[in-house]
Ligand binder design. Sequence first.
Ligand SMILES: [Zn+2]
Length: 331
Amino acid sequence: MDEIKASPASITAKYLNGSSLLELPSQFRKGSGSLSIVNASTHNLKNVSVVIPTGVLVALTGVSGSGKSSLVEEVCEQNPNKVILVDQSAVGANQRGCIATYTGTFDLIRKLFAQENSVSASLFSYNSTGACDECKGLGHMDIDMNFLGDIKIKCPKCDGKRYMSEVLKYLYNGKSIDQVLESTVEEALTFFSQKEIKDKLGMLAEVGLDYIELGQSLDTLSGGESQRLKLASRLQSKGEFYILDEPTSGLHFADIEKLLNLLNRLVDNGNTVLVVEHNLKVISSSDWVIDLGLEGGDKGGELIAQGTPNDILGCERSYTAKYLKGAIKGE
Ligand SMILES: [Zn+2]
């Protein structure tokens, strides 16, 4: 730990040394409307009624077990078709899906390869004629190890490249299709000049997924990555009410900053974003906080405080206020 603190270049060090204590924004957005929750009593909630402002960034806080997830359930149930839950579940359970297919860029890329080489576009699909016949385009084989379960090994015939070897002879801009799939979003953004491809991949870069490879299978993404991938497709939306559960989980400090920019952008576009969060940086950057407590389980399920982060600070009972104060003043 001392080593990390000593390194001046490290972003982690900057936070640990306290040189970036939190600051509350000088002003908070005003809501454009509201969404009401009346007498919420799911699980441990004790008849909680709350009016959630819309058009702002809302943080739902409280110790673990205080009823945050239950309140989210009630928000969804009491406002059907009005809220969109952007959770961390996997995007598509199909192990054939990858980043390129999900973003819709793969079709465009296959067409470019087909035009350049005057062959059929289906050759460049690992789900079609171009697929390695050994692994059927998966790039790996599942081997049943009996008691140990299945293990995945790289396909020996295509070496994990998913394609028949003759397909890899066709190049576009000096790269074969498997090399393109191995490119990161960031690399692909410079490699391709087509606006449609750039636009689609640009959204991934905006949600902080620029390091992901185009061919990466969707079932290998972490919960946080899946969540940000879902957000990427919603960057242009307006007037929606999004709920995100712990979007900062697993993120590095610098990426939390990026995520916050993204959430703020969604709000500035006219959407409401409600985050269930423990992260103090996100809480302090919110326009409105709804704090549940006081403890978990039977001792939880009550509305402890609501208001701007400034208002929350004044609540003596709130644990969130206590931690927030510490982070702001360095106490
Ligand atoms: Zn193979």
